[in-house]
Design a protein around this ligand. Structure first.
Ligand SMILES: Nc1nc2c(c(=O)[nH]1)N[C@H]1C(S)=C(S)[C@@H](COP(=O)(O)O)O[C@H]1N2
Ligand SMILES: [Mo]
Length: 396
């Protein structure tokens, strides 16, 4: 194993790998696969080149996702030797009036600091269930989280530089490098239409949950754009670009973060011109308690807890069923802490007799759109699976 990979793995493990020279090239250290990522707790590592790790649903039970439980989705090699004090983000692009650059201290001093709970979900969350299978990390449920972010409003920073009338898109570049080692290509560089970029909730964030960002969640600076695929929330942020065209950076084209504009038969090949960029994520929910497979005493009520979210919308209703969807009951659903935060829900269930049950949860958004019970439309890269979450309960 080369030195770079050894250093990277040691950083993730938080300990030197004494016999690193004998670790077979294709092996992920077993501690990582078992949730031993430094500063993370119980995440399942799907891949370490690049590093991708998701959080089991029952570990997402907190209403504000702790940093240790926030998933990690990397497209390339994260930067090493990050110096927070000298870090700067430049604002440029064809459609900026005055290009400027800001250190984190500049951002803190010049703009109003804000703290918001914002939902970040990978566009590919749930990919593992698609048939025929689609390539990419086989996320199940846990490429989602809703921590409290600290930073400034993207819109305030854009205002400070000025946005020209011909601006249509706002994009990012980060300090991570392509897996090939080729410095001339970005691992990922995406963006959002100007109207979304100017919404009040978008942040240039330097912190999460009252501390610095975790190194794998973009330390020392990142974008956070709630409700859209996580891929628009650029980590290790070095540049914000105000573009006069739809951004054409890495992973904006082909089948990356794009889905067929019209539904297609599973397994279809879809021409580039028939693919549309994913915008807001669809309505979805999780049952975070009990853990699937839980054993429960029939004499007691079972407390259900979870979260629901709906892209740019609010969740209007959360229903649960214990009879495979024959009947549905409404849960108590909280309002979001702020716009684009997930909403917590609670319910109490009694079971008619001992045996095997499944608890199903279904959210409906403010436009009346509900989660499907079965897999939604197949697409070439397996995005946007918002099928209802099911957990098993054994009642004795
Ligand atoms: N610079 C950079 N930003 C990035 C990525 C990346 O690989 N590099 N991955 C994106 C994707 S696909 C997702 S889903 C989110 C994940 O954020 P997290 O790793 O903090 O959970 O970061 C996004 N921002
Ligand atoms: Mo993602």
């Amino acid at each position: 194993m080369n030195q770079r990979r050894r250093d990277f793995l040691q950083g993730l493990l938080g300990a030197p790998i004494v016999f690193a020279r004998f670790l077979p090239a294709g092996f992920v250290p077993v501690a990582l696969a078992d949730g031993g990522l430094a500063g993370k707790d119980g995440l399942d590592v799907l891949n370490d080149r690049p590093l991708n790790a998701e959080t089991p649903a029952h570990l997402l039970n907190d209403d504000i996702t702790p940093t240790a439980r926030m998933f990690v989705r990397n497209n390339g090699r994260p930067p090493v030797d990050v110096d927070r004090d000298s870090w700067a983000v430049s604002i440029g692009g064809e459609s900026v009036v005055t290009p400027r650059s800001y250190t984190i201290t500049d951002l803190r001093e010049r703009f109003e600091p804000v703290s918001l709970q914002l939902l970040v979900e990978c566009g590919g969350n749930g990919r593992a269930e698609f048939h025929p299978p689609t390539g990419g990390n086989q996320w199940t449920l846990g490429a989602v989280g809703c921590p409290l972010w600290h930073g400034v409003r993207l819109r305030d920073v854009l205002d400070d530089c000025g946005v020209r009338d011909d601006a249509v898109y706002v994009a990012y570049r980060g300090a991570d490098t392509h897996l090939s080692g080729d410095a001339s290509i970005d691992p990922i560089s995406r963006g959002v239409p100007l109207a979304k970029a100017l919404e009040a909730e978008n942040m240039i964030a330097w912190g999460m949950n009252n501390a610095d960002l975790h190194p794998m969640n973009g330390h020392p600076l990142r974008l956070v754009i709630g409700g859209w695929p996580g891929s628009v929330s650029g980590k290790w942020l070095t540049e914000v670009l105000v573009r006069d065209r739809i951004h054409d950076g890495a992973k904006m084209g082909g089948s990356s973060y794009r889905v067929p504009c019209e539904p297609v038969a599973p397994g279809s090949k879809v021409a580039d011109e028939d693919m549309c960029i994913i915008e807001a994520m669809p309505v979805k929910s999780l049952i975070t308690s009990p853990q699937s497979g839980a054993r429960h005493d029939q004499g007691n009520e079972l407390h259900l807890h979870g979260h629901a979210w709906a892209g740019d919308r609010e969740v209007a209703r959360l229903e649960w069923s214990i009879d495979f969807g024959q009947t549905w009951q409404q849960a108590d659903l909280d309002r979001p802490a702020n716009r684009l935060a997930w909403q917590n829900w609670n319910a109490r269930v009694t079971f008619p007799s001992p045996g095997y049950y499944e608890v199903w949860a279904r959210a409906t958004d403010s436009a009346g759109v509900a989660q499907p019970m079965v897999l939604p439309g197949w697409n070439p890269k397996g995005y946007l699976n918002n099928a209802c979450h099911r957990v098993a309960v054994y009642v004795a």
